[in-house]
Design a protein around this ligand. Structure first.
Ligand code: CA
Ligand code: CA
Length: 129
């Protein structure tokens, strides 16, 4: 008998940064997809200046709706779709007031492609506490 603990897609640097670099395909005009980050070892609540670094590869980023999902399921809106934003890729850091959320738990990046034609993938994302 014994026990083991494990995690996926998780790394830490300096105890403050949690990253998932596993690619997740975002289907064209399809259902939302999720990329998880499991935060462990942080007591109390998340900060009011939680930094959410997002790297999504996509030829037409206006297709994309991006949200952060807290461990309890609360949704924080990061980016709306915009049919006129034809630039590629979402490479941005969003600041979220997550002070009402427990820091430890599984956070998710939720990405949905809203318009037909182009598709892409989540390349990586990270939470900086
Ligand atoms: Ca699309
Ligand atoms: Ca990646």
């Amino acid at each position: 008998a014994g026990s083991a603990t494990f995690g996926w897609g998780v790394s830490t640097a300096g105890g403050n940064v949690f990253t998932n670099t596993t690619d997740v395909q975002v289907p064209d005009a399809g259902a939302a997809v999720y990329s998880p980050i499991k935060v462990v070892g942080r007591a109390g609540n998340a900060p009011s200046t939680l930094a959410v670094g997002v790297n999504i590869v996509h030829p037409y980023r206006g297709d994309l709706v991006v949200d952060l999902v807290a461990p309890d399921g609360s949704l924080y809106h990061l980016k709306k779709s915009n049919g006129f934003d034809s630039a590629p890729n979402v490479v941005a850091t969003y600041t979220v007031n997550a002070s009402g959320e427990t820091a430890s738990g599984t956070w998710k990046l939720k990405v949905q492609d809203a318009y037909h034609l182009d598709s892409g993938h989540i390349n990586s994302w990270k939470l900086t506490f």
